[in-house]
Structure formats: structure tokens, C-alpha cells
Unconditional design. Sequence first.
Length: 411
Amino acid sequence: MKSSENSSPLKEKINIPFGTITITDKAKELIMQALESKRISCGRLVHQFEQKFASLYGVREAVAVSSGTDAVALALAVLYDYGAERGDEIIVPALSFVATGNAVLQAGFTPVFVDIERETLNINPAFIENAITGRTRAIMPVHLMGKPVDMDPVMSIARKHELFVIEDAAEAYGATYKGKQVGTIGDLSAFSLYVAHIITTGEGGIVLTNDENKAEILRSLRSHGRACKCETCVLNLGAGYCAKRFNNPAKTDIRFVFERVGFSAKMNELEAAIGIGCLDYYDDILAKRRKNFYAMSAIIRKYGKYMYTITEGEHSKIGPHALPIILKEPLTFSRDAFVDYLEKSGVDSRNLFQSIPTQAAGFRFLGHKLGEFPEAEYVADHGLHIGVHQDINDEQIRYLDKVIAGFVEKW
Ligand SMILES: Cc1ncc(COP(=O)(O)O)c(C=O)c1O
């Protein structure tokens, strides 16, 4: 891990990369089998991955798709089968990875942003009711950095106003809220399977629900809105005769009947193979990340005069996605100066996203003005996050402590 080229302000330099990926021998074997069978588009392995994922979460249905963004967009698009209309509103936190906002627009809805709490980084439940209008269809809390949203008030507001709740759980593997796994509380939930995440397929996403009807709609949506959802087609089992193909009132080829506006968002077999291999090691990966998260959070607490991170409440456990670090007021130094020092020292980091409505250029058309979401803007301007992944070891964690000490002693 020691870097040969030392631009570090410290004498030694140890790299701490942001992410990693676990590709197991089983995954490699399954990939070879899929390649040799020449059946690599969404089929048996995707189905197997979905079943394993659903059983990990204790839910009835899991539908794998091509990205976490698609998982969010498809979960939202299900609402058209439940009376939603294009342009209806979805309540989301102002601070999130931009994909949260993109997915709302891609699904044909209008995002209505609500400010966050600086301490939890999550949507402030106290602001939600004010944002509800006659066109609101759903609340979509985001469990940012694996910190569970306070779901009790969110669920009770949703039930009172007859709204759906879709959890953006992209970053929340391993998080729990009052004994429930995050991602099993709302009507639907969406996870990302991108490389930086605790379960990964390289690129990918997955939607969870306990409702078979919603799962069937999701399977149609990921395949262009197709009417045909039988196993022969969904599992891509080959060219065998399908009794259901013409067995419909119009006696027409159901494979080419499109019931709804769909997406092209299927996961492929090679991605599912990586995911199946990863699931076998889920407990180990989670335990290692959790240990790293706790050790690294303790370091941040040592420098509590300058910075803070998220903490666990009495009823919630953080999913160890990454370690957010936010500078505290009164500010002693800038986030960018800190990030530059980390980078020179070999510690890879990412900014802590943006206030989507006021800082992401693509959302300017909604007409929001800087200053409307002060907490989201504060965290976006003064926050960053670093990896806690399974390949980070104790030596790297001790090094992080030295790097931060070296930086803060200059001020
Ligand atoms: C909160 C949140 N939502 C959605 C996504 C989208 O996931 P993907 O990058 O797999 O499209 C991400 C990505 O990490 C995310 O952090």
C-alpha cells in the first residue's frame, strides 16, 4: 500500500482508496458458464440474484435493473399504475447524490425539494407536510451515507395524506431503523449496486417490494413496458414454444404488446454473477466495513472542534457505506484546502454532493434560488466523504489519524 512517489506532507505516504470490489471465484465460474452458454442477457442468474437478495432482506420480491438510478425511476414509475399522472409531485430531500433528482425527472414526475437536518444529513420530517399539494403522490426519503431517516414521522405523514413512500436506499445496506432493515419500511425501495456499494454487480440496481403486483409492473417496466411477463420470457429460457404467447383475447403476440411507457433497464447475467458471488460474502464485508466505520468515526470525533460525522441514534444502526466528514462552524479552514491535503497525503475523497435544486445546474429550470435550502447548501459546501471499505486495514486507519492531526495543527 505504500506509494513510491511521495507528494505527501507527511514523511510516509499510505494510499487510502475510496472504493473496492470483491469478485469471488464463484462469480468468475458463473461468468464463464454464462459466456459458454451464450445466454448473457437477463435470465437465470439475474433471477437467482433477485431471489437471494429478496431472502437477505426478508421481502417477497426483488427486481434487478441496470443501475441504482433506474431502480429509483422504475420504483416511481410503478405509481402510474396506481393513479399517478405525469408531472405529479414527489417529495425528496434537497441534499442527495444528483441521481435522486434525475430519477424523479426521468420517471416523468416533478421533484419537490425539502431541506435536510445538518446533523443527520437526511430530510427534515418537520418540513414535509408544508410541501404537500394536491399533486403530491409520494415521499422519497434518502438514507444518505447509510444513516437511517427517521421513518416513523415520514410514514405517518404519508398514511395521513395517502401518499406512497419509496425509500432511496442506494447507500443504506446494513442500516436498521427500530429493528427493521432500511429498505423494508416503505412501499418500495431502491438500492444501487454500483462498485462503491456494499453489494455490487459493477453497475446495477435493485427494487424491493412485498407486493407481487408491483413486482410484475417493475418487470414490465424494465423491459420496455412489455405485457409478457411469463418465465419463458422473463428468464430468457430460449426459443421453446410458449403457450401463453397467443393465449389472450386478441390472439395476438403478447411479446409485442406494450402496456405502459417502459425503460430499457435489464441487468445482464455477467453482472448478476458478480452480485451472487458478493452476496456470499455480504456478512463479512458488512462486518469489516462496520468496524472501519466505527474506528474512523472515532478519529473524526477526536477533531470535534473542527469537524463532525453522523452518529447512531438509540433506535438506528448506520449502514457503513462511507464516512461523511462535515466541517463545523465557526469554520477554521475550507473543505477544499482539507480535501487537497488529504489528496496529497493519499486519502481519496468525494464531496458530499449538492443541494440539487440550487447547486446542480440541470435543475435550474425549476427556478429555485441559492439560499432556499441552507442546511443542504451548508453540507454540500463544507462536506466530503471517504471510503470505509473492506480492504482498508488498521495501518491505513492509524495513518488517517496522523494525516488529520498533521492538517489541523497548522491552524
Ligand atoms: C442516494 C443515491 N441514489 C441513487 C443513486 C444511483 O445509483 P447508480 O449510481 O447505481 O445509478 C446513488 C448512487 O450511488 C445514490 O447515492
